[in-house]
Ligand binder design. Structure first.
Ligand SMILES: [Zn+2]
Length: 702
């Protein structure tokens, strides 16, 4: 009997199951507490690595109590730290630093993941101009963060002779050492390359010239080309090398494009002192992309983007708790001082932070997420429809995804993320609500599946121009799931939306930007109607301080309708992005009221928005992790916010399930109130996190 059949046989009262239960870590040799010692050292200062010591590194990692170290075989400068005679070594490191640390850690039972910088090798880029990744004008492509004094690494292209050079380096590394995993950095969704080799490769595969501007269908074709011919072709050669060296270990890459070759997936979750929803969003997003593989979430111990200052311990602890609560391994990034010494006081704080993982990892391991609501994301659609995003401020679909994540996190409903690619194969029988925050590119097969699922009784929430294009960025014949018909965007400077009076909201108007205009249809009901501005504001003509609402219309811009046995809620404007950017609760209240007409969560938490609630099904019980980010207040745009201490908050867990007992992390019983068919548990004074176990009935034999 398959696992799916067993799950399908579970009693109906038990909650939603999704995905494979994580019954065993698939990267057990790396453990759930991991460390990186960043080692990207140039040779421009005589001080650099003058006091490095393999023994000191081993001792500090052992004292830290982590399970594994991501150890540098080669850095962004292109320096190898292993005992190669053939490739560039760091001039200040004549010893076999990689081998010595590897041996020292192995002797103490600590795993080693070999770090290899693929896309950046600055010395090679400077010595071999024909190896670098080039833009459409033929100029080398460099990292260009809008930050002062930041590294300007040059990207390299594996379609050039650099590909074989790097494979030869990896070949030697694999031939000399036994390690537990391989981490390929700066590899995946790199900028488009116009080097001679890539242009030739493109011509041989497509018969045409690589377009100088990549947008829409051209960009879609380039993504396919990049995935198969650049990324995939190179990755396959690395995996073949591992096999040839009898290294039966997982590899991973950082990051993007696709994940089928990865043994586990890894990505970063730093809130960057500004966005304390980003960490949970990234955790769920990478778990969705991993689709059952292990996830490694990477945190930085330094404030800002490598400021070499230590974050407050509470902040470090919250980041660990966020990763661990999502069933992921947590890895901290550190970099030694310029002379190679370790910042030991920082390690004492990291050790305290890691204890959160010791609490949470065993609590959530083996559980399946309770996911009645699925928010759908698409990495491909985000790239094809990026809008005028900047590095630190997404304007494309990521802004809408972030808004939807924030809204459901604040509602504390049992939700999860799913990629549009995995949606094609997913069993949606137990999913109640599907949310497409704004996903413009969706395949026809997925659209057909979603339509059938709605017709069978599901509730679909979607916005703006979702499902307008296919995966090749070509317009569908039947757009927008075939549920609404849209014209052009509203030409007004801003759109005012008048929510239906039935909501009883104190807000007379919402004020939003781009709005797709709906064509009239008797099949849906208006939840909000369009109001034009009183005047088009020019340099000479205005009404008062800003654009002001004018003529109300009966034209719907926010609607709900039936499709078969199910319903849809459609917003002509970018509902979730507006909600997040404006920080107004009206959007959440409005959607919640509308959803609650057709959906009641199997369990949820009443708590302030600073609390994240994660729900897992375990045999016979539901386990809940509550994360608390209540701390300091922001002090102006661009200024860093950290969690300095946790302000205790209270949460109330409510469920209609027949709860027979409730326990905290230590197994202490918690009081259950029962009234009007609800079981309610009050959890007071949540520090960084609190754990609750609800015993809900007999074991479903999984
Ligand atoms: Zn190239």
């Amino acid at each position: 009997m398959t696992r799916r059949m067993l799950l399908g046989a579970a009693p109906a009262l038990l909650p939603v199951f999704r995905g494979a239960a994580l019954t065993a870590a698939k990267t057990p040799a790396l453990g759930y507490k991991r460390m990186i010692l960043d080692y990207h050292f140039s040779e421009f200062s005589p001080e650099i690595l003058s006091r490095y010591s393999a023994e000191a590194i081993v001792r500090s990692i052992v004292d830290l109590g982590v399970d594994s170290l991501l150890l540098y075989a080669k850095d962004h400068w292109g320096h190898c730290y292993f005992a190669t005679q053939r490739f560039k070594r760091h001039p200040a490191v004549p010893t076999d630093l990689f081998g010595d640390v590897l041996q020292g850690l192995h002797e103490r039972g600590i795993g080693v993941n070999a770090y290899y910088s693929l896309g950046w090798d600055e010395i090679s880029a400077r010595q071999h101009p024909d190896w670098v990744l080039r833009d459409a004008q033929g100029a080398p492509v460099k990292l260009n963060y809008p930050l002062p004094n930041y590294a300007r690494w040059t990207f390299l292209c594996t379609s050039t002779a650099y590909g074989q050079y790097s494979l030869d380096e990896l070949d030697e590394l694999m031939g000399r050492y036994r390690f537990e995993a391989l981490f390929l950095d700066i590899f995946g969704a790199l900028p488009a390359c116009y080097c001679e080799a890539c242009r030739k490769l493109w011509r041989s595969r497509t018969g045409g010239q690589l377009p100088g501007t990549l947008r829409g269908p051209d960009l879609a074709r380039y993504i396919d080309f990049q995935t198969a011919e650049i990324f995939g072709a190179y990755y396959d050669r690395v995996l073949a090398l591992l096999k040839r060296h009898n290294l039966n270990i997982p590899a991973t890459h950082n990051a993007g494009l696709e994940y089928t070759r990865d043994g586990y997936v890894a990505s970063e979750i730093d809130p960057y002192g500004a966005d304390f929803f980003r960490s949970g969003l990234e955790a769920k997003l990478w778990r969705a992309r991993a689709a059952g593989k292990d996830v490694e979430l990477i945190c930085h111990r330094t404030n800002g983007l490598f400021d070499f200052t230590l974050k407050p311990t509470a902040e470090l602890r919250w980041e660990v708790a966020t990763a661990a609560a999502h069933q992921a391994a947590v890895m901290f990034v550190d970099q030694p001082f310029a002379d190679g010494r370790i910042d030991l006081p920082a390690y004492r704080e990291l050790r305290k932070a890691f204890t959160a993982a010791d609490d949470l990892h065993p609590f959530v391991t083996g559980g399946s997420t309770v996911a009645e609501i699925l928010i759908v994301s698409s990495e491909r659609s985000e790239r094809l429809n990026s809008g005028d995003s900047t590095l630190f401020r997404p304007a494309g679909e990521r802004a809408d995804l972030s808004g939807a994540y924030k809204m459901f996190a604040e509602l504390h409903y049992p939700f999860d993320l799913m990629t549009v690619e995995h949606l094609a194969e997913a069993n949606l029988d137990r999913v109640k609500v599907l949310v497409f925050p704004y996903v413009r590119c969706i395949d026809a097969a997925v659209i057909a599946k979603v339509r059938a699922w709605v017709a069978a009784g599901g509730t679909l929430v979607f916005t703006y121009r979702t499902a307008e294009w296919d995966q090749q960025a070509l317009p569908h014949q039947q757009k927008y799931f075939g549920l609404v018909r849209l014209g052009a965007d509203n030409p007004d400077q801003v759109t005012f939306v008048r929510p239906a009076a039935a909501f009883g909201l104190p807000d007379s108007y919402l004020r939003v930007r781009e709005t797709a205009l709906l064509e009239e249809d008797e099949h849906f009901a208006a939840l909000g109607t369009l109001t034009h501005p009183a005047l088009k504001v020019t340099e000479q003509e205005w009404v008062t301080h800003n654009v002001i609402p004018g003529q109300d219309t009966s034209r719907p811009v926010l609607v709900t309708g039936a499709h078969g046995k199910g319903r849809f809620i459609y917003s002509g404007f970018r509902f979730f992005r507006e909600s997040r950017e404006q920080g107004l609760p009206v959007y959440r209240r409005l959607l919640d009221q509308e959803l609650r007409k057709v959906y009641e969560p199997i369990l949820h938490v009443e708590a302030p928005g600073v609390v994240d609630a994660l729900y897992y099904f375990h045999p016979g019980e539901i386990r809940v992790v509550l994360l608390n980010s209540a701390s300091d207040r922001p002090a102006g745009e661009g200024n860093h916010v950290n969690i300095e201490e946790f302000l205790p908050v209270t949460a109330e867990l409510r469920s209609r399930l027949p709860v027979s007992g409730v326990f905290d992390l230590q197994g202490k019983p918690l009081a259950v109130q029962r009234s009007r068919g609800f079981s309610t548990v009050r959890v007071t004074a949540i520090g960084a996190y609190a754990c609750v176990r609800l015993v809900v009935g007999r074991s479903p034999r999984i």
